[in-house]
Write a new protein. Structure first.
Length: 179
């Protein structure tokens, strides 16, 4: 695993790039999507960014990682992205790990673990599978608290909104039954 350098302000490159991925996650949340963001970086330059848009696009494959990889591949004119690092706010799932391996991404850095579907270290350890034809270095936990909080806040608000909707519907039913 490669180490990231530290700026004079004490911020690592990995943290700097993860802050950009968090901005992408915020765009997903604004769009009503699960707030996961990703960026692809190579040689110190952002090749592409992406965020979850499965709901709005009606596409189960439109995860942040896949969107960023698609855009990066288009931007460089090659579906292979060796030498690149993918920064993503949430641990990739099985589908995204497959896309990462096929794209030949060299390194993945993620923020929060995903205990229900994470395929890097939570539910499975797919990058540790040495039968794949490409090996990916990975590091988790970069800005984990911030990355996890974005997702927690989103689902907390979503649950609260559903409770408010049910309460409002119940009030309408009560009023209608009084008539």
């Amino acid at each position: 695993m490669s180490e990231s350098s530290i700026s004079p302000l004490g911020v690592t490159d990995d943290e700097r790039w993860m802050h950009l991925a968090l901005q992408c996650a915020a765009r997903a949340a604004e769009a009503g999507e699960v707030p996961v963001g990703a960026i692809v970086v190579r040689d110190g330059h952002v090749l592409a960014s992406g965020f979850n848009c499965s709901i709005s696009s009606h596409d189960p494959t439109a995860h942040a990682e896949v969107m960023a990889l698609r855009s990066a591949a288009e931007n460089v004119g090659n579906y292979r992205l060796p030498g690149s690092t993918l920064y993503v706010t949430l641990e990739p799932c099985v589908m995204c790990v497959g896309a990462i391996v096929h794209a030949r991404v060299s390194r993945v850095v993620f923020g929060a673990t995903e205990p229900k579907a994470g395929a890097v270290c939570s539910c499975a350890r797919l990058f540790d599978n040495h039968t794949f034809n490409w090996q990916v270095d990975w590091q988790g936990g970069v800005l984990a608290s911030e990355c996890g909080q974005v997702v927690s806040d989103f689902f907390r608000e979503r649950r609260a909104s559903r409770r408010r909707e049910r309460a409002a519907l119940g009030a309408v039913r009560d009023r209608d039954s009084e008539d």
